[in-house]
Design a binder for this molecule. Sequence first.
Ligand code: NAD
Length: 420
Amino acid sequence: MGNMLSAARARMHRAADKLDLAQETVERLDYPTETLAFSIPLRRDDGSLEQLKGWRCRYDSTLGPTKGGIRFHPSVCEDEVQTLAFLMTMKCALMGLPFGGGKGGVSVDAGDLSLMEKERVARGYVRSAARILSPDRDVPAPDVATGTREMAWMVDEYGALTGGIEPHAFTGKPVALGGIEGRTPATGRGGLLALEAMRESLGLDGSDGLSIALQGFGNAGTWFARAAVDAGHRVVAISDSSGMVSDAQGLDIDAVIEAKEKGGSVTDYDGGETSDDGSAIVEVECDVLVLAALGGVIADADDVGKLSCKAIVEIANRPILSAADEPLREAGIDVVPDILANGGGVTISHAEWVQGRTGLGWDAEEVDDYLQEKMEDAAEQVRDLMEDKGLDMRTAAYGVALRRLCAAISATGTAEDFGG
Ligand code: NAD
């Protein structure tokens, strides 16, 4: 087992230790059910042939078909794919969705691919992973460097392979191809709903607008920022891979989005202070630091020592590593954990899957209502367990997920049933 997965599992065991759960049910979640590793031959535009490495992991399907994105990034490896599939297992259980956890990826620099090369990788991925995929078995979605266009190529390739029309084999598709209104903003908007629902627990109660520093200004980050400003908060700093822009009075989000679209970076914003060093975002004085870019940003006590925020919202997957958990507790900085804060994306993927399965469309209002209901319900369950057992928010979130998973696992038989 890889180091990443064992560190992620340690958080699950921490929660299991605090709750009265049968050890054998928790141990069922220690290893992934299956991981398919494959090569994807890529014919480059210059005629050369390259072999890329790809993976698809179905971590656990106790609660339903496995669900999780496909990532194109040079750092993708088996350990990362399995760890992210483990997190999806916990997230789907916490959000009360009828899904297990899965994940996939290709080790490739998407920025180095032409559009046609990217299409070949997307279609090649489906050809290689087809034997593990199916709308009732394993349902992919977009992740880093994949989006609606890649899902359109993939659903098209999958249909060509199976000879069926199965739009619910993938989520995050374009609306024109069976996608759902509101899937793209769902992760960012859901992140804000989670923050609002947890304000009191974070010690940020009151109705005053919060000051927010935001790392990452892609899909999740931009929609979080829009929703935050609409709700009366101030986004005082934003970073992306090229640098950082800040203004203590609050940035004009629409203008930052426009500047990034035109110039390629948030530092093209005309106003506020700009810096080429985006990593300094974690040091910005603010109420809430929102991490919406990468994994492993706050890795240890040294990183925690640099923070000037009162609370953190993890919109990215595993931006805080477990070695930083104790230093954060000591520093009194509470964290809205990834499995809750970014659960809005898979929640609306569920709506899209239901839409494809039933053939009945959802309108934007129904999608928004479903997002709000699921985020608030999950947050309430976490708050109740925090109060009941005196747990921190991450441990309580794992606790809610584990209770659901373990109830389902026990339903298939326990030590007592078998005379143990
Ligand atoms: P994206 O590719 O659209 O955006 C990523 C952003 O991060 C970009 O603005 C990029 O410039 C920025 N970035 C990259 N390196 C950076 C650095 N060193 N410093 C600051 N910024 C940096 O991705 P996304 O869909 O917005 O996803 C962001 C994170 O949220 C990922 O970890 C993803 O797994 C997670 N997430 C996304 C969704 C979703 O529905 N989009 C759902 C759940 C989790």
